[in-house]
Design a protein around this ligand. Sequence first.
Ligand code: GLY
Length: 369
Amino acid sequence: MNRLLVPLAGLFILFSSSVSAVHAETVSEEQPSWSIAIHGGAGTLNRDRITPEKDAEIRAALNKALEAGSKILKEGGNAMDAITETITLLENDPNFNAGKGAVFTWDKTNELDSSIMDGSDLSAGAVAGVMATKNPILLARAVKDNSPHVMLSGKGADQFSREQGLEQVKPDYYATPYRLKQIEDVLAEKVSIADVDYKFGNVGAVAMDSDGNMAAGTSTGGMTGKRWGRIGDSPVIGAGTYADNRSCAISATGAGEYFIRLGVAHEICTRIKMDARAIRDEVQKTVPTDKGGVPENYVDPNRLMLASKDVQKIADDVIAELGQLGGTGGIIFATPWGQAGYSFNTPGMYRGRATSDGAMSVSIYGDEE
Ligand code: GLY
């Protein structure tokens, strides 16, 4: 990313775009050179529902994953490798609904979904309903890197996984007693199939590396008791996952049907991209022109950025629209300007973020940072 101070340094502009009032800031040496955000699912995560032991266990797992991704970025590695490693660790942890610990289908099987996207070239890979790959995020990445396709499903995806030499596991690898009890409760009608907390959950990561490249990935077991080959938002590029160097990287968690209907991940990136363009156009208007209307110079869009509060507002607005549809959940975001954060409409979200300036935190409840 271009980190040069610019002739416009110190300029702070407030204007109205077609969308909203937007605050332009100049990119400075102060901006983080890399950033990463992770999640492990959102829901009714109140303190009275989580024991202190489980709270500590979850935070340790989030910290481990966040540190692994941060290490890669700190050492100059790329965003794609950082999120792949981070999500692999979360998939291996039985606390989260992805990989080991995945929820069960109506037929008491585990069918896993995952996707990954590279913001530098908009390349993407996704898998749905896979049943034997230890780490579905590695399969999504293999689809992106080694196939001519974007999305594979079911038996074909499992076959591709074997052909790629990815680690295969027996069906009982994914099973945990906790998830088994969930499906048994659903089948015995002890809990409502509509209980979102019981059904959903997933893991994801987004990052920007020191070259300004962005990546996003998401992985899940889907929803407890899913039937008929149901596929949620996690493997759907634009709904559960999106990355574009010009705007943002997003990974979503929550009630997938609503995220698909709203195209949440792409929607947030598009709004950021449009506002970033509006800023460039407004600043360009301030550059003097000659008699023929030709500007003295052209504003470099890489030297302008959206203020953090504007990025947060865009994310919050889209999550509010999700809520108006009846959807619950949240997203994590990273921007080309080093910002990393979250937005969610549930009481809590398992989450964490870290940036090159030394900031690092993991949180669970809505009242934490
Ligand atoms: N967000 C995960 C799913 O709906 O499957």
